[in-house]
Structures are given as structure tokens and as C-alpha cells.
Design a protein. Structure first.
Length: 349
């Protein structure tokens, strides 16, 4: 499997989007986001998405250069419309807008409808922590994707509805970035492309039987993803259900089931806190650091080298891939090279 330095991939993906009609600055933003996801090990949200984004541009489902429109706002709230623009571009504007209000009011929230796919959710709460803020973000798919079955059910009824939460500390922020399902849709897509099985506990077939074959998601009738939580999957499904309602309901989007022909886009929910306006940024960071140290110091089971916290794995992968390059499967590279040839873009070297 070939490995590429991140700057080579950023340049290649940016040139793809620019050739498809994206303004140069937007092409750079989206390319940087996808490559950073790959650096952190989120391969399902890495450059594999470029082909999908390009097809969305071609079909008019994503509009490069679209304006970010504030529909309504107060001193601590904003309702926005992404105009079907690139999710990474519009979400950056959205997070900055809500974060600015949080720094003034102490707490601010907002919703955005009609955004392109925003990519890795952790990126957006990390953007808030860069200013010493804490943040929570959630998205839904406008009611179009229904792949996650409720506990005891055989049919998908909601999407994976991921959430991310980040808090500032005395060092690197603590970032939780999860799907409310056992696995993200993107990981199943990659498994199908690579023709490999997936772990038990991720999916079931149309009869509700556990399976490791990701192709059941494309069967007729299709299989379904399981909520996270294992024997207590009602917890994962409950989170996904509530955030689906909150996100679509507040943004002006749709919960499932969307009428036939409804366009898929991301509706986004964001809440941002400024600890400095509460008990103080110093107190917040000190308490965060104290608890993190306490958890790290837990007596470990035999064979466990380190207590893992959210973000540890992606940070370690990032260090490794900065040194060795980002792996790109032959299948993904072949698909992107084929698209690049049609756009007159040279492949990465």
C-alpha cells in the first residue's frame, strides 16, 4: 500500500477540487480537512471522500463558493444556512460565529441547515478549544440516511448521528468524537471497497442476524447498523434519536423519514461555552488536568500498558503518519487517479 506525505496529498486533492470549479481558498480548506482526518487515522473521513464530493459538485448537490447566511441571531444564538456549500468551509464559518458570541455572552448556541458534509466532527470542537472554549457539536443527514436499527428491530430508522465534545485543559484539549452507532457508515464503505469482513457487533442482516459481511447494507432488503452499547444498545440509540430531533428540529431540517427525492445534507447543532465567564478558565483547566491525571493513574489490568483516553489513539496515529506518510489503498488511489485524469489533474507522485 503506497504512503504519501500529507503535503503531497493536500496539493493533489486541492487541485482536484479547483479543477471541478471550487475557488482556490475553498479547495485548500477542504483538502486540508480531509488530509488531517487521514493523518489522525479517520480514513473513512479522509481523501476517500474526495470522489464523493466531486460527484456532488457535478450533480449540483454541493455549490462551491456558496454564501454563509445568518437567518436569525441574538447575542447568544444564531440560525444559519449553509447554502449547500462545502461543509468544511461553512462549518468553519459557523463555529467561528458561535464561538465569537460565546466569548461575549459566556454561552452560545446555534444551528445550521443545508451544509455539505462537514467531515470529521472533532475538527470543529477542536477549533473552539483553540480559543480556550468548550464545545459540543452534532449533525444529522436531513432524514435521508436510515441505517441504524433500534434495539430489537431489523430495519434502519435513523442515521449514525455522530457527536463530538471538546474541553480545554492545561495541555492538549480532551476531544470525544463518536458515532451513536457501533460504527460509522464510512467504515463500512471502506470495508466494501477493500473486500474485507467487519467485526461482529457492527451490523446485522435484514432478518436481524449478526453478520460480518458489509455487503448486506446494499442488499434488498438491506441490513442495518447496530447502535453502540452492545447489550445496552438502547443508550446509543437513545442518544442518536435525541440528537436527530434536536439537530433537525432546531436547524429547520428533517428527521427520518424524509420524503422521496429529499436531498441529503448536514444539519448542524453547536453549543459553545467560555469557561472564563463561569468559574474561570484557570479553575476549569486545573480540574480537567486533575481528573485526567487521576484516570491515567488507575491501576491497570495485566497486559495493559496505558489507560487510554479519548483522542489518544488518533494522536499516536498522527505522530506515526507524520513520519511514515498517510497510507492510501490501491483501490482509493485508483479511483482518484481515474477522476483526476478526467479533470486534467496530475496524480500524486
Amino acid at each position: 500500500m503506497p504512503h504519501f506525505p500529507p503535503d503531497i496529498l493536500r496539493d493533489f486533492v486541492s487541485r482536484l477540487f479547483a479543477a471541478a470549479g471550487a475557488p482556490g481558498d475553498e479547495a485548500d480548506v477542504v483538502a486540508a480537512s480531509l488530509v488531517e482526518s487521514g493523518l489522525r487515522g479517520y480514513d473513512s473521513h479522509g481523501i476517500v471522500l474526495a470522489r464523493w464530493y466531486l460527484s456532488q459538485i457535478k450533480n449540483g448537490e454541493v455549490v462551491p463558493g456558496a454564501p454563509f447566511t445568518i437567518v436569525h441571531e441574538t447575542t447568544s444564538q444564531v440560525s444559519a444556512d449553509g447554502g449547500l456549500g462545502f461543509g468544511q468551509v461553512q462549518c468553519a464559518r459557523f463555529v467561528d460565529c458561535v464561538s465569537s458570541k460565546a466569548r461575549e455572552a459566556g454561552l452560545a448556541g446555534g444551528s445550521m441547515r443545508r451544509s455539505g458534509h462537514v467531515g470529521r466532527l472533532g475538527e470543529w470542537v477542536e477549533r473552539a478549544t483553540a480559543h480556550g472554549l468548550a464545545a459540543l457539536i452534532a449533525v444529522n443527514d436531513n432524514g435521508v440516511i436510515r441505517t441504524v436499527a433500534p434495539p430489537g428491530g431489523t430495519q434502519g430508522r435513523i442515521s449514525t448521528n455522530p457527536i463530538a465534545i471538546a474541553v480545554p485543559t492545561g495541555g492538549e484539549p480532551l476531544v470525544l468524537d463518536i458515532s451513536t452507532s457501533a460504527v460509522a457508515n464510512g467504515k463500512l464503505r471502506i470495508a466494501r471497497v477493500e473486500n474485507r469482513r467487519v467485526p461482529l457487533g457492527w451490523i446485522q442482516d435484514a432478518e436481524g442476524n449478526p453478520t460480518t459481511d458489509p455487503n448486506v447494507m446494499l442488499a434488498d432488503p438491506p441490513g442495518a447498523l447496530l447502535p453502540f452499547g452492545g447489550d445496552q444498545a438502547y443508550k446509543g440509540f437513545g442518544l442518536g434519536l435525541v440528537f436527530d430531533i434536536l439537530t433537525a428540529g432546531l436547524a429547520g431540517g428533517m428527521c427520518p423519514p424524509a420524503p422521496p427525492g429529499t436531498q441529503e445534507w448536514n444539519n448542524v447543532l453547536l453549543v459553545v461555552w467560555d469557561p472564563a465567564r463561569f468559574a474561570g478558565a484557570g479553575h476549569f483547566a486545573a480540574e480537567a488536568d486533575k481528573l485526567i491525571a487521576e484516570v491515567r493513574g488507575t491501576r491497570r489490568k495485566r497486559g495493559v500498558d496505558r489507560i487510554q483516553l479519548p483522542g489518544d489513539r488518533s494522536a499516536e496515529i498522527r505522530r506515526q503518519r507524520l513520519a511514515t506518510g498517510i497510507p492510501v489503498t490501491d483501490e482509493v488511489l485508483g479511483q482518484l487517479t481515474h477522476v483526476a485524469a478526467k479533470l486534467g489533474v496530475a496524480p500524486p507522485q
